[in-house]
Design a protein around this ligand. Sequence first.
Ligand SMILES: NC(=O)c1ccc[n+]([C@@H]2O[C@H](COP(=O)([O-])OP(=O)(O)OC[C@H]3O[C@@H](n4cnc5c(N)ncnc54)[C@H](O)[C@@H]3O)[C@@H](O)[C@H]2O)c1
Length: 353
Amino acid sequence: MSKIRLGIIGCGGMSRAHAGDFHHLSDHMEITATCDIVPERARNVAELTGAKLAVTDYKELLDHVDAVLVVLPHDLHFEVGMTCLTAGKHVLMEKPICNTEEQCIELIRKSEEVGKVLMTAYPVRFWPIVMKLKELIDSKAYGECFQMSIWTEQFTRYFDGHWALSAERLGGGQFFSHGCHYVDLLLWFMGRPVRGTHLGTNFGTPWMEKEGTSNVTIEFENGALGYHFGTWGARGTRLGWSLHAHCTEGMLEINLADKKLYAHTHIKEEKANLDTESRTKVIYEADASGKFTHHELEHFLDCIRHGKHPISDGPTSLQGLRVIWRLYEAERNNTVADLRGLGLEDDWKSVRA
Ligand SMILES: NC(=O)c1ccc[n+]([C@@H]2O[C@H](COP(=O)([O-])OP(=O)(O)OC[C@H]3O[C@@H](n4cnc5c(N)ncnc54)[C@H](O)[C@@H]3O)[C@@H](O)[C@H]2O)c1
């Protein structure tokens, strides 16, 4: 099959991260066009990726591509996604898919109507180290997982006037924009959510209109708990990007700073000091660090080629956003959010049959 022609719409920070990973897939695809309202940015990413065409109006690249990667401010995802799908293009949409439920549903329906792939770019799901963890948890290699905790501690400060400072353009705060990765991940690992809480603050990140720091706790149907602490205000960190999965026969840990997945086992249950008596084994070691966006892109190309549904498809992404919207609502009302009956199974049965 000939190479899939990909266009990049939005050539800011994240599109440059993608550009650094495209060479892994050069046998399967080529970047034929780039677009940014700032012409210099479109030209820069075209130079980085070998694209022949750099434009400032995304509609001008549609005749030159089979698929698009949309890397735009969140409030533009819907309009651009709809136009591209309507033009018969497959869409890999940067997260979060859209800012409202209605927009998500309309976009998903459009992708079904035109028979084109719509996938959300959630790279973490596709990292080999995370896939390995998923395999170990699903196979219960270390027993049942009863608590998964994820820490993402970053310093993310946007300059004045940047679209991400506006809650309306971002669709919320740090929780919506960044936490969506981890709500998505927790649902993927732990199953159906039952109830949960979110507490956010912009103390420490006064540049954010909404929260820059979030604490999220979710209870799942089997009684297990999930937790995410995310901040854009970290002035220092030890945990950086860490994930701990406490299982009934051991604790699995990913520490991205040292690129390893560990299993901690064999505690002496009668002793309080867990560390000195536990055994630690490296289960998987990644050979490099970064965002590794080529894994998600490879899945997207595979879905296009074989007419498959992406694992981070529209309905799945919407499920995660529904959790976030319910948690935000409960936070406003000072209540615990009821997360049952998110509608995924009922709304999208036909799509997934
Ligand atoms: N997966 C991740 O780890 C990750 C990390 C950062 C950002 N993102 C996502 O990537 C997307 C973009 O974020 P970013 O940080 O690159 O933002 P950015 O502001 O750096 O880049 C956005 C670009 O879009 C351009 N743009 C604005 N309006 C446009 C239009 N109408 N037509 C064409 N170009 C237009 C801007 O000029 C800018 O260059 C968002 O969805 C964000 O959530 C994902």
